[in-house]
Design a protein around this ligand. Sequence first.
Ligand code: UDP
Length: 251
Amino acid sequence: MPGENPETSPLKYKRVLLKLSGEALMGPGQFGIDIPTVEQFAKAIAGARTAGAEICLVIGGGNIFRGMAGAAKGMERAQADSMGMLATVMNALAMQSVLESQGVPTRVQSAINMDQICEPYIRRRAQRHMEKGRVVIFAAGIGNPFFTTDTGAALRCIEMNCDALLKGTQVDGVYTADPKLDSSATRYEKVAYQELLAKDLRVMDSSAVSLMRDNNIPIVVFSLKEEGSLLNVLHGRGTSTTISNEGGVAK
Ligand code: UDP
Protein backbone atom coordinates (compact mmCIF):
# COMPACT_ATOMS: atom_id res chain seq x y z
CA MET A 1 0.00 0.00 0.00
CA PRO A 2 2.78 2.59 0.64
CA GLY A 3 3.49 5.10 -2.12
CA GLU A 4 0.52 4.47 -4.39
CA ASN A 5 0.65 6.23 -7.78
CA PRO A 6 -2.38 8.11 -9.07
CA GLU A 7 -4.13 6.34 -11.94
CA THR A 8 -7.36 6.87 -13.84
CA SER A 9 -8.46 3.49 -15.34
CA PRO A 10 -11.97 2.27 -14.37
CA LEU A 11 -12.44 1.00 -10.84
CA LYS A 12 -13.99 -2.32 -9.90
CA TYR A 13 -15.03 -0.88 -6.54
CA LYS A 14 -15.89 2.81 -6.56
CA ARG A 15 -17.20 3.37 -3.06
CA VAL A 16 -15.38 1.45 -0.37
CA LEU A 17 -14.90 1.22 3.34
CA LEU A 18 -11.28 0.61 4.30
CA LYS A 19 -10.77 -1.10 7.65
CA LEU A 20 -7.36 -0.73 9.29
CA SER A 21 -6.53 -2.31 12.61
CA GLY A 22 -5.16 -0.03 15.28
CA GLU A 23 -2.01 -2.15 15.30
CA ALA A 24 -1.30 -1.17 11.69
CA LEU A 25 -0.74 2.39 12.94
CA MET A 26 2.04 1.30 15.32
CA GLY A 27 4.44 0.79 12.41
CA PRO A 28 7.73 -0.52 13.80
CA GLY A 29 6.69 0.41 17.37
CA GLN A 30 5.03 -1.70 20.04
CA PHE A 31 2.35 0.79 21.06
CA GLY A 32 0.60 3.97 19.97
CA ILE A 33 0.71 5.91 16.72
CA ASP A 34 3.70 6.07 14.38
CA ILE A 35 3.11 9.20 12.33
CA PRO A 36 5.37 8.20 9.36
CA THR A 37 3.28 5.00 9.07
CA VAL A 38 0.04 7.00 9.17
CA GLU A 39 1.53 9.25 6.47
CA GLN A 40 2.11 6.21 4.24
CA PHE A 41 -1.51 5.09 4.63
CA ALA A 42 -2.77 8.63 4.05
CA LYS A 43 -0.71 8.84 0.84
CA ALA A 44 -2.26 5.62 -0.42
CA ILE A 45 -5.76 6.85 0.48
CA ALA A 46 -5.09 10.15 -1.30
CA GLY A 47 -3.94 8.20 -4.39
CA ALA A 48 -7.08 6.07 -4.34
CA ARG A 49 -9.22 9.19 -4.09
CA THR A 50 -7.40 10.74 -7.05
CA ALA A 51 -8.18 7.56 -9.00
CA GLY A 52 -11.89 8.25 -8.40
CA ALA A 53 -12.68 6.12 -5.34
CA GLU A 54 -15.04 7.33 -2.64
CA ILE A 55 -13.47 6.21 0.61
CA CYS A 56 -14.56 5.95 4.19
CA LEU A 57 -12.44 4.50 6.96
CA VAL A 58 -12.76 2.58 10.19
CA ILE A 59 -9.62 2.31 12.30
CA GLY A 60 -9.43 0.00 15.30
CA GLY A 61 -7.94 0.86 18.66
CA GLY A 62 -5.77 -2.14 19.48
CA ASN A 63 -2.57 -0.07 19.32
CA ILE A 64 -3.77 1.80 22.41
CA PHE A 65 -6.38 -0.21 24.31
CA ARG A 66 -8.57 -3.27 23.85
CA GLY A 67 -11.54 -3.91 26.11
CA MET A 68 -10.76 -7.61 26.43
CA ALA A 69 -7.26 -6.82 27.74
CA GLY A 70 -8.71 -4.51 30.39
CA ALA A 71 -11.34 -7.10 31.36
CA ALA A 72 -8.62 -9.77 31.66
CA LYS A 73 -6.94 -7.56 34.25
CA GLY A 74 -10.12 -7.24 36.30
CA MET A 75 -11.83 -4.20 34.82
CA GLU A 76 -15.53 -4.27 34.14
CA ARG A 77 -15.79 -5.25 30.47
CA ALA A 78 -18.22 -2.50 29.43
CA GLN A 79 -16.01 0.14 31.05
CA ALA A 80 -12.90 -1.28 29.36
CA ASP A 81 -14.70 -1.34 26.02
CA SER A 82 -15.54 2.36 26.43
CA MET A 83 -11.82 3.00 26.76
CA GLY A 84 -11.22 0.93 23.62
CA MET A 85 -13.75 3.05 21.74
CA LEU A 86 -12.00 6.23 22.91
CA ALA A 87 -8.75 4.78 21.55
CA THR A 88 -10.35 4.54 18.10
CA VAL A 89 -11.22 8.24 18.30
CA MET A 90 -7.57 9.09 18.95
CA ASN A 91 -6.54 7.09 15.89
CA ALA A 92 -9.25 8.75 13.80
CA LEU A 93 -8.06 12.23 14.81
CA ALA A 94 -4.45 11.31 13.99
CA MET A 95 -5.48 10.04 10.55
CA GLN A 96 -7.64 13.13 9.93
CA SER A 97 -4.75 15.41 10.78
CA VAL A 98 -2.34 13.59 8.46
CA LEU A 99 -4.86 13.28 5.60
CA GLU A 100 -5.61 17.00 5.79
CA SER A 101 -1.91 17.84 5.82
CA GLN A 102 -1.81 15.99 2.47
CA GLY A 103 -4.71 18.07 1.12
CA VAL A 104 -7.44 15.42 1.55
CA PRO A 105 -10.69 16.87 2.93
CA THR A 106 -11.71 14.67 5.84
CA ARG A 107 -14.46 14.40 8.44
CA VAL A 108 -14.48 12.32 11.60
CA GLN A 109 -17.86 11.05 12.77
CA SER A 110 -18.04 9.35 16.15
CA ALA A 111 -20.68 6.90 17.38
CA ILE A 112 -20.18 8.46 20.83
CA ASN A 113 -20.93 12.17 20.76
CA MET A 114 -17.86 14.38 21.23
CA ASP A 115 -19.12 17.56 19.68
CA GLN A 116 -16.06 19.62 20.52
CA ILE A 117 -13.69 17.46 18.52
CA CYS A 118 -15.68 15.69 15.81
CA GLU A 119 -19.12 15.29 14.28
CA PRO A 120 -21.67 12.85 15.68
CA TYR A 121 -22.44 9.89 13.43
CA ILE A 122 -25.28 10.93 11.11
CA ARG A 123 -25.72 8.51 8.24
CA ARG A 124 -27.14 10.90 5.68
CA ARG A 125 -24.58 13.58 6.48
CA ALA A 126 -21.79 11.02 6.10
CA GLN A 127 -23.17 10.01 2.70
CA ARG A 128 -23.22 13.65 1.64
CA HIS A 129 -19.59 14.06 2.71
CA MET A 130 -18.66 11.07 0.58
CA GLU A 131 -20.53 12.43 -2.42
CA LYS A 132 -18.53 15.63 -2.03
CA GLY A 133 -15.28 13.66 -2.14
CA ARG A 134 -14.47 13.88 1.55
CA VAL A 135 -12.91 10.94 3.33
CA VAL A 136 -15.13 10.07 6.29
CA ILE A 137 -13.51 8.36 9.26
CA PHE A 138 -15.98 6.54 11.49
CA ALA A 139 -14.79 6.46 15.10
CA ALA A 140 -15.92 4.70 18.29
CA GLY A 141 -17.09 1.56 16.50
CA ILE A 142 -20.84 1.23 16.83
CA GLY A 143 -20.79 3.03 20.18
CA ASN A 144 -21.67 -0.04 22.25
CA PRO A 145 -19.51 -2.31 24.38
CA PHE A 146 -19.12 -6.01 23.53
CA PHE A 147 -18.55 -5.17 19.86
CA THR A 148 -15.41 -4.61 17.82
CA THR A 149 -14.44 -2.24 15.07
CA ASP A 150 -14.76 -5.08 12.55
CA THR A 151 -18.49 -5.11 13.21
CA GLY A 152 -18.49 -1.31 13.15
CA ALA A 153 -16.77 -1.44 9.77
CA ALA A 154 -19.33 -3.90 8.39
CA LEU A 155 -22.25 -1.82 9.64
CA ARG A 156 -20.93 1.49 8.28
CA CYS A 157 -19.99 -0.20 4.98
CA ILE A 158 -23.60 -1.30 4.54
CA GLU A 159 -25.03 2.03 5.70
CA MET A 160 -22.83 3.93 3.22
CA ASN A 161 -23.92 1.64 0.34
CA CYS A 162 -20.31 0.71 -0.31
CA ASP A 163 -19.37 -1.69 -3.10
CA ALA A 164 -16.90 -3.55 -0.86
CA LEU A 165 -15.29 -3.67 2.55
CA LEU A 166 -11.51 -3.64 2.14
CA LYS A 167 -9.75 -5.22 5.09
CA GLY A 168 -6.07 -4.29 5.14
CA THR A 169 -3.96 -6.79 7.09
CA GLN A 170 -0.38 -7.99 7.50
CA VAL A 171 -0.96 -10.90 5.06
CA ASP A 172 -2.14 -10.86 1.46
CA GLY A 173 -5.41 -12.72 1.91
CA VAL A 174 -7.19 -15.56 3.66
CA TYR A 175 -5.23 -18.80 4.06
CA THR A 176 -6.39 -22.35 4.77
CA ALA A 177 -4.40 -22.11 8.02
CA ASP A 178 -2.13 -19.53 9.66
CA PRO A 179 0.76 -19.23 7.14
CA LYS A 180 3.12 -18.23 9.96
CA LEU A 181 2.48 -21.52 11.77
CA ASP A 182 1.74 -23.91 8.88
CA SER A 183 4.00 -23.85 5.80
CA SER A 184 1.50 -25.93 3.80
CA ALA A 185 -1.21 -23.25 4.16
CA THR A 186 -2.52 -21.93 0.83
CA ARG A 187 -4.30 -18.72 -0.02
CA TYR A 188 -7.90 -18.55 -1.20
CA GLU A 189 -8.50 -16.45 -4.30
CA LYS A 190 -12.21 -16.44 -3.40
CA VAL A 191 -14.00 -17.91 -0.43
CA ALA A 192 -17.68 -18.00 0.49
CA TYR A 193 -18.80 -16.25 3.69
CA GLN A 194 -20.28 -19.53 4.84
CA GLU A 195 -17.04 -21.48 4.38
CA LEU A 196 -15.11 -18.82 6.28
CA LEU A 197 -17.57 -19.10 9.16
CA ALA A 198 -17.80 -22.90 9.08
CA LYS A 199 -14.00 -23.33 9.07
CA ASP A 200 -13.59 -20.59 11.65
CA LEU A 201 -10.96 -18.81 9.53
CA ARG A 202 -10.54 -15.79 11.75
CA VAL A 203 -10.10 -12.89 9.42
CA MET A 204 -12.90 -10.80 10.86
CA ASP A 205 -15.38 -11.30 13.67
CA SER A 206 -18.16 -13.71 12.81
CA SER A 207 -20.75 -10.98 13.50
CA ALA A 208 -19.05 -8.75 10.90
CA VAL A 209 -18.90 -11.58 8.33
CA SER A 210 -22.56 -12.45 8.94
CA LEU A 211 -23.61 -8.85 8.42
CA MET A 212 -21.71 -8.70 5.13
CA ARG A 213 -23.17 -12.04 4.02
CA ASP A 214 -26.73 -10.99 4.85
CA ASN A 215 -26.27 -7.82 2.81
CA ASN A 216 -24.26 -9.52 0.05
CA ILE A 217 -21.36 -7.08 -0.01
CA PRO A 218 -17.88 -8.55 -0.67
CA ILE A 219 -14.98 -8.30 1.75
CA VAL A 220 -11.55 -8.05 0.15
CA VAL A 221 -8.63 -9.05 2.37
CA PHE A 222 -5.29 -7.65 1.21
CA SER A 223 -1.83 -6.81 2.49
CA LEU A 224 -1.08 -3.29 3.66
CA LYS A 225 2.63 -3.93 3.23
CA GLU A 226 2.63 -4.33 -0.54
CA GLU A 227 3.39 -1.34 -2.69
CA GLY A 228 0.30 -0.16 -4.60
CA SER A 229 -2.00 -2.73 -2.97
CA LEU A 230 -4.94 -0.42 -2.28
CA LEU A 231 -5.10 0.75 -5.90
CA ASN A 232 -4.71 -2.84 -7.08
CA VAL A 233 -7.69 -3.93 -4.99
CA LEU A 234 -9.79 -1.02 -6.23
CA HIS A 235 -9.02 -2.09 -9.81
CA GLY A 236 -9.76 -5.76 -9.03
CA ARG A 237 -6.18 -6.97 -9.53
CA GLY A 238 -3.17 -7.97 -7.45
CA THR A 239 -3.01 -10.51 -4.66
CA SER A 240 -5.94 -10.68 -2.27
CA THR A 241 -8.86 -12.86 -1.20
CA THR A 242 -12.44 -11.93 -1.99
CA ILE A 243 -15.06 -13.17 0.45
CA SER A 244 -18.51 -13.23 -1.10
CA ASN A 245 -21.44 -15.54 -1.84
CA GLU A 246 -19.39 -17.17 -4.59
CA GLY A 247 -17.56 -20.17 -3.23
CA GLY A 248 -13.90 -20.77 -3.85
CA VAL A 249 -10.96 -23.05 -3.34
CA ALA A 250 -7.51 -22.41 -1.98
CA LYS A 251 -4.73 -22.12 -4.59
N1 UDP B 1 -15.04 -1.36 20.91
C1 UDP B 1 -16.31 -1.47 21.44
N2 UDP B 1 -17.40 -1.34 20.61
C2 UDP B 1 -17.27 -1.13 19.27
C3 UDP B 1 -15.97 -1.04 18.72
C4 UDP B 1 -14.88 -1.17 19.56
O1 UDP B 1 -16.48 -1.66 22.64
O2 UDP B 1 -18.29 -1.00 18.58
C5 UDP B 1 -13.86 -1.41 21.80
C6 UDP B 1 -13.42 -2.81 22.19
O3 UDP B 1 -12.97 -2.78 23.53
C7 UDP B 1 -12.24 -3.06 21.28
C8 UDP B 1 -11.62 -1.68 21.18
O4 UDP B 1 -12.75 -0.81 21.17
O5 UDP B 1 -11.32 -3.99 21.81
C9 UDP B 1 -10.74 -1.45 20.02
O6 UDP B 1 -11.31 -1.95 18.84
P1 UDP B 1 -10.75 -3.27 18.08
O7 UDP B 1 -10.30 -4.27 19.08
O8 UDP B 1 -11.78 -3.68 17.10
O9 UDP B 1 -9.48 -2.67 17.32
P2 UDP B 1 -8.47 -3.37 16.31
O10 UDP B 1 -8.29 -4.80 16.72
O11 UDP B 1 -9.06 -3.27 14.93
O12 UDP B 1 -7.23 -2.52 16.42
